[in-house]
Ligand binder design. Structure first.
Ligand SMILES: Cc1cc2nc3c(=O)[nH]c(=O)nc-3n(C[C@H](O)[C@H](O)[C@H](O)COP(=O)(O)O)c2cc1C
Length: 219
């Protein structure tokens, strides 16, 4: 169902970032092409190499860092080998110097897991101050799924709730957060939905592509 679907996976600086590795692995195992974009804070919690290892694709962390772009200068034609040795598929083509626009052109579906209070606020307010927020700003017309995760006090903050409502109005689909044990030890709402549940939500979106209910899917 998700076979060959080009999924841009955004990972932000929530403690649940390690679970996004399992999500990336499940998506890749299901045949999806997964490209990961991590925020600087996400990289403090889990290493980009983990995502690179499970997806077989380069991980993007910066609008500017040239090392991020070394794997992206490639040819999308199927007869051309991947630029990155061992890559399972071709990375997004690097167009005219801007990684974020190349990623937007490439992606059919955008997933952010975990989605921090910070990225939710940035998307809702059109703030573009790093690669992920800039890419998401340019991706607004694509199908998007967010898996928020944060401390319950943060989730219940009226500003966060207002931003969540704005995101829903903008067409973002949200899964979770769910009630459960949080990193701080409390049992409350704020836990990221489990990777298998996020996968199911993605499969549902993909099946809507296949039934023609969504137009964005490329073949
Ligand atoms: C150990 C640790 C865990 C954190 N977990 C979360 C979290 O689950 N959700 C959240 O919204 N912020 C969390 N934060 C705070 C964010 O990392 C912080 O707001 C940061 O600015 C988010 O940046 P980003 O959205 O660009 O990744 C955590 C911070 C630390 C130090």
């Amino acid at each position: 169902m998700i076979e060959n679907l080009s999924i841009l996976l955004g990972v932000t600086g929530g403690v649940a970032a390690y679970k996004a590795v399992e999500l990336a692995s499940r998506l890749t195992a299901g045949g999806a092409k997964v490209t990961t974009v991590m925020t600087e804070n996400a990289c403090r919690l889990v290493g980009p190499k983990s995502f690179e290892a499970v997806t077989g694709s380069a991980v993007y962390t910066s609008l500017w860092n040239p090392s991020d772009t070394q794997f992206t200068i490639c040819d999308l034609r199927p007869d051309k080998p991947p630029v990155k040795p061992g890559a399972k598929y071709l990375a997004p083509r690097f167009t005219r110097g801007s990684v974020h626009i190349s990623l937007v052109d490439w992606a059919e579906l955008v997933v952010v897991a975990p989605a921090t209070a910070n990225i939710i606020g940035k998307i809702a307010n059109g703030i573009c101050d790093d690669l992920l927020s800039t890419t998401l700003c340019a991706c607004w017309a694509k199908p998007k799924l967010l898996a928020p995760a944060m401390n319950n006090n943060m989730w219940e903050n009226p500003a966060v709730q207002r931003n969540v409502e704005i995101l829903k109005e903008m067409g973002y689909e949200l899964i979770g957060p769910v009630k459960g044990r949080l990193a701080c030890g409390t049992e409350a709402i704020g836990r990221m939905a489990e990777p298998q549940d996020i996968l199911q939500a993605i499969e549902k979106i993909a099946s809507e592509f296949n039934r023609g209910e969504r137009k964005e899917r490329r073949e």
